[in-house]
Design a binder for this molecule. Structure first.
Ligand code: HEC
Length: 313
């Protein structure tokens, strides 16, 4: 009898198809448990989950790109401080040009803070015709401070790279946008004390980012030339003078990089000996180089002249 009994399938698919709701009978319990466990885990680890693992974002100041002009270092001309209290029309016109070039993209042509680039910023560019709520104040000293230092963490960067006279011209132009407070003698003195305007100042050389990259690339190709040179001497172990070179050149890379730009037709043997004797360490030679005799010097000199000349050709 028992053998005849049919096995009932564990899941009766036929009845499931008829009553699909049964499929979900216990599933809810599992879901509930999973969500509960995840929830408990989350609450227990709230602190670690919320901790920002990325480093803080750099202030906007760094995001605003400014293209630097190529300038050779110069002494910034001293400022005639009477331009602070009595601006000429000429100065104001110059300020207008400078403002259009440097500031209008954010602050708008007429200072309303409606420049395309300025409206998108947070905080937006200041409306220079409305004289309240300013961070550095609307006095001449406040404006100068803003241009010298910028407003940290905002799109307002420092313009300390512009000559002080240009900054004063721009401020004078901005001051025509609204009824700015008159400049007092105390303020002029304060500016003079803080920024030494009438003394001028020195600035260093400046090149554009593109130029800096080109230089880096050149240095790279320089190091490639040296690598080629080293390969060349390794493949030609019997060039005359190689003995004295191998004996004294402890750092071949340095030796070659010291001489790769040298025009040997302009470097006499005597000068060569003197330069190497004094700078042997920096140039990649061992101290033994100081003990070389006359013909050995000649051989070393000829060797470098020969090898570097060949590499150039
Ligand atoms: C990239 C956009 C941008 C450019 C370009 C720019 N500014 Fe601004 N400027 C701002 C923003 C943004 C603020 C508002 C900062 C704040 O509210 O803290 C501001 C604020 C100012 C203020 C008010 C400072 C204060 O005390 O609150 C002055 C003045 C000012 N800018 C002058 C200038 C001058 C002059 C130039 C040109 C040499 C210039 N800005 C160029 C974005 C810019």
């Amino acid at each position: 009898m028992e053998q005849n009994k049919k096995y009932e399938p564990e899941i009766d698919f036929k009845s499931l198809i008829k009553k699909p709701k049964r499929l979900f009978g216990w599933v809810f319990v599992y879901f509930f448990l999973i969500i509960l466990i995840v929830g408990i885990y989350y609450v227990n680890n709230l602190n670690t989950i919320n901790v920002n693992t990325l480093p803080a974002k750099a202030p906007v100041k760094d995001e605003v790109k400014r293209t630097l002009e190529v300038k050779s270092g110069s002494i910034m001309p001293a400022v005639d401080i009477s331009t602070i209290t009595d601006p000429t029309d000429e100065l104001i016109n110059k300020g207008k040009d400078l403002y259009k070039k440097n500031c209008a993209s954010c602050h708008g042509e007429s200072g309303l803070g409606d420049g395309v680039a300025g409206m998108a910023l947070n905080p937006p560019a200041r409306n220079l015709t409305k004289l309240d709520g300013w961070k550095n104040g609307v006095d001449f000293t406040g404006l100068y401070k803003t241009l010298e230092e910028g407003i940290p963490q905002t799109g307002m960067v420092a313009y300390e790279f512009l000559p002080p006279a240009d900054r004063i011209a721009m401020i004078q132009y901005i001051r025509t946008f609204a009824d700015y407070p008159t400049v007092t003698d105390e303020q002029v003195q304060e500016l003079e004390m803080t920024y030494k305007l009438s003394e001028g100042r020195a600035t260093s050389d400046q090149i554009t980012v593109e130029m800096a990259f080109t230089q880096l690339v050149n240095e790279k190709s320089h190091s490639k030339r040296i690598a080629n040179l080293i390969a060349y001497v390794n493949n030609h172990p019997s060039i005359q003078g190689v003995d004295v070179f191998n004996k004294t050149a402890v750092n071949k890379y340095r030796v070659f990089s010291s001489f790769i730009e040298v025009d040997f037709s302009k470097l006499s043997l005597e000068d060569f000996i003197q330069v190497v004797n004094v700078n042997f360490l920096e140039m990649g030679f061992s101290a033994e180089v100081n003990l070389l005799k006359g013909t050995e010097w000649q051989n070393l000199y000829n060797y470098l002249k020969n090898v570097i000349g060949t590499a150039r050709a």
